[in-house]
Design a protein around this ligand. Structure first.
Ligand SMILES: [Zn+2]
Length: 289
């Protein structure tokens, strides 16, 4: 009896292990991507015609991700890899070399786009995100030519949705008094969004991934926050809000802890690219108005 119970337990555990994070075999061609925000843009074009698998889990940062042996296996069985590039996923090159998949096609979305100051967060501007979906459509059409009409139809719809998103954000930001349009952010994922909508990024707490700022740098940020009368410091769920809180306490400014950029969130308010940008815009407007 006991032995039977043990075997049943073992079977359950093994079933759980083998399921784990393993991709579900759908029989569809596999497109791999690095981060969940990019997966959302890809799915606007592919719908459910292709199996779009994301490497960096929701809620983790693609900038300091450590690939797993399972990621190498995923890369071996993928036909197309779509990454952001511009230095965001420095670990991808090593992963591609390790997988030795000679049939793998690769699209780097930021190639040919106006990358500023080496900042890879180009997708945060909905107008530039339209260039992403355009490039994604061309890549998936090459990868799966028989889906051409389907992908082109989805591309037209995606471009219209992104144009509507841009109009929505523009109208929302216009409700913030111009003097209040300043932000201190956790990491500089906001350059392209802020450039597009006329918000000044006064500073970023973390200048490079995983590197804590020095007390001297924090003191400089506090001085800047006071000089520009910054109304809020924006942290992100992927990072500990400790530093942002410390900075806020020392400068008498509120902290906002739920801004999403590199990763989607786990609930539907931030479950895809359009929702994420709309949600963030609401958070920014409420904090700065
Ligand atoms: Zn980032």
């Amino acid at each position: 009896m006991q032995r039977r119970l043990f075997c049943a337990l073992l079977f359950t555990l093994c079933a759980a292990c083998s399921h784990g994070n393993a991709p579900v075999q759908t029989g569809k061609p596999v497109v791999l991507t690095t981060m969940s925000t990019l997966r959302s843009l890809i799915q606007m074009v592919t719908g459910d015609r292709l199996d779009v698998v994301n490497l960096v889990p929701v809620g983790s940062s693609p900038e300091d991700y450590q690939p797993t042996p399972q990621d190498v296996a995923r890369l071996r069985s993928a036909g197309l890899l779509i990454q952001n590039g511009a230095g965001l996923e420095t670990w991808v090159t090593h992963l591609v070399d390790g997988a030795k998949n000679s049939k793998l096609q690769v699209l780097i979305c930021t190639d040919g786009l106006p990358v500023r100051n080496g900042n890879p967060h180009v997708w945060m501007d909905p107008i530039l995100a339209r260039s992403y979906v355009q490039k994604i459509e061309a890549a998936v059409e090459r990868f799966d030519p028989s889906g051409r009409a389907f992908y082109r139809r989805n591309l037209r719809r995606a471009k219209a949705q992104l144009a509507a998103l841009d109009r929505h954000v523009r109208a929302q930001i216009r409700t913030i008094p111009p003097a209040n349009r300043t932000m201190i952010v956790f990491h500089n994922a906001w350059q392209y969004y802020n450039d597009r909508y006329g918000i000044r990024t006064v500073g970023a707490i973390e200048l490079s991934p995983g590197q804590e700022p020095s007390p001297r740098y924090i003191a400089q940020l506090i001085a800047l926050a006071k000089q520009y009368r910054v109304r809020a410091i924006f942290a992100e769920p992927e990072y500990s809000p400790k530093l942002a809180r410390m900075l806020a306490e020392n400068s008498g400014i509120q902290t906002v802890t739920d801004l999403y950029d590199d990763s989607l969130g786990s609930d539907s308010r931030v479950g895809d690219y359009i929702s994420l940008i709309s949600y963030d815009t609401g958070v920014i407007v409420r904090a700065l108005k």
